[in-house]
Design a protein. Sequence first.
Length: 401
Amino acid sequence: MFDFLRKGTREAPEAKASAVGPLTAGRPAGWAAGAVAAVRPVWSARDGASLVRTGFQGNPVGFRAVRLIAEAAAALPLVLQDCQCRYDMHPILSLIRRPNPVQGGADFFEALYAQLLLAGNAYVEAVAGPEGALPAELHVLRSDRMRVIPGNDGWPVAFEYAVGGRKHRFAMREEAAPICHIRSFHPLDDHYGLSPMEAAANAVDVHNAASRWSKALLDNAARPSGAIVYKGADGQAALSPDQYDRLLSEMEAHHQGARNAGRPMLLEGGLDWKPMGFSPSDMEFQKTKEAAAREIAVAFGVPPMLLGIPGDATYANYQEANRAFYRLTVVPLVSRVTAAVAHWLAGHSGEAVELRPDLDQVPALAAERDQHWRRVGEAVFLTAAEKRALLGLPPAAPEEE
């Protein structure tokens, strides 16, 4: 099998090869001859579809973390204002409250945030309305079906969406772009974002492996809870093949699985039962699973206490953990996404407005918002206009001054 290492024995067959193949197919650093027996961990695939299947559909911690963030973010009330006033009624508010015939505002934003958390990218399509007006509808597109097409200068010139073997190209333009691309920061990619699910992929694999081990233990006794010792007559220490097969079949039929748990064994012919307990390495599986669950929660920015993960005492109580969750995870996410959507819609309508979350209506932040309002209100060295600016309010109307 090592004939290919002998130089000059035969000519290499002619074959097509990548020009950069020799650069990427070399032995990894530290790989020594004879080290082929080294055991390496096997990780799941890291493409978008595989990450969603293993980390969202197949993992309860990842599923709950994504749903918790997306639902909390979609439930935040939004305010729309410009440099002159805050709007109670506006075409943009009407559009985001009912972006398309099958989705309300909460459903639309929940899908948008979930795509960003799972794939690191979120795409919104604008269905064209009258020229110079807002789009007629907004739709969240699946990130795994979208491809960025860069131009000669590196900036995207188009987006290509593929479904069922058919492709549709969205040509980008400076004004009224048909696609709004929101992406997370990725230090090694110019066009696609890095998702929290990808950062937590190793922890997801460990958590899923520990769950499979526990399931196997429940189903078919992954390790025996005891040992059967045979002491035959005249010092015989081994069963005959027929005796062994019979004992094995009876064990499988009557003493394995949840249905047979606790059933007593009837031993005969020199058989003796020696009970065995769990070893320390077996007991470590549960701790490993809890540690992996905490790593998944940390990658998404969710306090483990909110997910019911034991052993976490970072926060004094649930209320503090909930406040930190909103302050450090939900509010920054909503602020960034709504700012991007408002800037994109401004290219359609030509009207520069600000869309942001209304922090005064978030119950988890009520205490600190009350303190903020009190501090600003009691600052006698500030003018009324300065106080309104610090509170995020537009300037007062002339009749209110």
